[in-house]
Design a protein around this ligand. Sequence first.
Ligand code: MD3
Ligand code: FE
Length: 213
Amino acid sequence: MSHPTSLPASLTLAPGLVYHPGYLGRTAQEALLDEVRAVTRQAPLFTPRMPRTGKPFSVRMTNGGPLGWVSDVQGYRYQADHPDTAEPWPAIPPVALEAWNALSGYALPPDACLINFYEPSARMGLHQDKDEEEFDAPVVSLSLGDTALFRYGGLDRRDPTRSVRLRSGDAIVFGGPARLIHHGIDRLMAGSSDLLPQGGRLNLTLRKVKKPV
Ligand code: MD3
Ligand code: FE
């Protein structure tokens, strides 16, 4: 019998869904947080709105990279400029790009890095990410700040769901058969991390949007 003395580097939670607990150590989390602050200085957090109804999301967002995900009454889409300032998005944070290179298994760089900011009461309902053209590439997610109760299900919205606590520094990769599963954030656990002085949570998702030419 073997007796492991350290946490596993990764866990496969379902086909195509690989969880890397504690992927970023404290120093890397602080470096990424600094990079995210640099992005939000150039591209302030905006409040996305539901298509048709215009109801605001509780999560605020910004993006890095050639393309950014936005949502307003007109619909969900990727675009090259900020919806409020009309400026191009800043570069993808280098620490996030390194994580993509290490974890995605995909040869090309991502086109988009969506940055979600959750205040303590924010949540994100169960949804699929299907606004991209390229589903052969995985989505890589990085969490910073307060722990979140993340829920994921299957390809059908009615499929059974499971929950995972995503902690500051965790990475999670959704590829292959997991790329189009339903997922969401049920709630944050207030006071669970001291990374963000005011609490709350940041999530970065790296995506390949365009089909390679
Ligand atoms: C599964 N973000 O931005 S990250 C999103 O924590 C989003 O902010 C959540 O869902 C957050 O769209 C969850 C985990 C995640 C991200 C993208 C996925 C899971 C995914 C794409 C496909 C399948
Ligand atoms: Fe999503």
